[in-house]
Design a protein around this ligand. Sequence first.
Ligand SMILES: Cc1cc2nc3c(=O)[nH]c(=O)nc-3n(C[C@H](O)[C@H](O)[C@H](O)COP(=O)(O)OP(=O)(O)OC[C@H]3O[C@@H](n4cnc5c(N)ncnc54)[C@H](O)[C@@H]3O)c2cc1C
Length: 346
Amino acid sequence: MVDVTIKGAGIFGLSIAWACLTRGSQVRVVDPYGVGAGSSGGIVGALAPHTPENWNDKKAFQFESLAMAERYWAQVDAVSGLSSGYGRTGRLQPVSDARGLELAQQRAKSAESLWEGQFTWRVIPAVDAGDWAPRSATGYLIHDTLTARMHPRQACASLAAAIQAKGGDIQTEAEDAGLIVDATGWNGLTQLSDEVGYPIGNGVKGQAALLAWDAREAPQLFADALHIVPHADGTVAIGSTSEREFDEPTTTDDQLEDVIARARSAFPVLEQAKVIERWAGVRPRARSRAPMLGAHPTRKETYVANGGFKIGFGMAPKIGEVMANLLLDGTDTIPPDFRVDANFRK
Ligand SMILES: Cc1cc2nc3c(=O)[nH]c(=O)nc-3n(C[C@H](O)[C@H](O)[C@H](O)COP(=O)(O)OP(=O)(O)OC[C@H]3O[C@@H](n4cnc5c(N)ncnc54)[C@H](O)[C@@H]3O)c2cc1C
């Protein structure tokens, strides 16, 4: 017997399957293209927080999810015997001017309470980061200890193997059975838009590159709007482009070469590092720009989990939890801004 069928084996579908399974449900994940075939099969994997100020539901939800991630991925990897590449290695960001420095110092104070004394946001002299310092016009960097990294493709493989090890089923096709969760990424947003008759969300293409450079314990960098993420396997990911208009969802082009050049300029250590993979995928962006979670607007016994956009991996542990609360206990712990109807035209 199947209690919950989850359509979509991306990080949203898999994390909901895992949460339901660990609460004793029989789950089946169905994806005609396989595990991590969509935007979750990528290479970047920055689990980076919003700035610690102007707190709201979205930031609080993301903080909880990032805080629980270390234990979450340790459990998943212990069951699967694989590595998600998770590590709370922190992040460095250059401070570009005097106003930025002032703001960074204010945020260091607000982080003390908003991050509940568990993690820090500090301003440090760039020289303290040695060779690993990005270029900084002020000579200062922000160092935070909440940011983590994991390898998206490896994390999906680990989660899928853990689901199967615990008795969950993953198929490329199967009949609907039990409650249905539609976690079909940007295709699902397009289909839902057609059903309700106006754009409820869309896809935003991203291109990223993987470099051969072993800095596995070093903090990730955020500079010139780029994520530079050292992975546990001796590679460094660089991302990403953000394209609302695109013809080919999975091809790379000159826009990626520009990203690579900008990353090497912001961070000269990588000048000689060889590019070993170029990758593109399409992020699911809900109209509200927040995750879209809850009952399906037109289909009975069906739920939607979508809209991960640029931070789907960071949100996934907590999204699994609130969706399992809704599906299995009927308890709605979803923040109002994340509800499906938050995307309806007002
Ligand atoms: C370049 C790039 C860089 C990114 N960097 C980061 C980052 O650093 N940190 C971060 O947190 N996030 C990042 N993201 C965003 C993150 O990848 C997404 O938020 C996340 O993958 C969304 O997961 P999902 O499961 O909703 O969608 P997807 O991974 O797209 O999964 C949807 C799945 O549904 C399947 N499907 C489609 N139609 C059907 C159907 N009819 N039936 C069944 N299955 C179907 C597809 O095959 C696919 O496997 C990045 C994304 C990109 C593209």
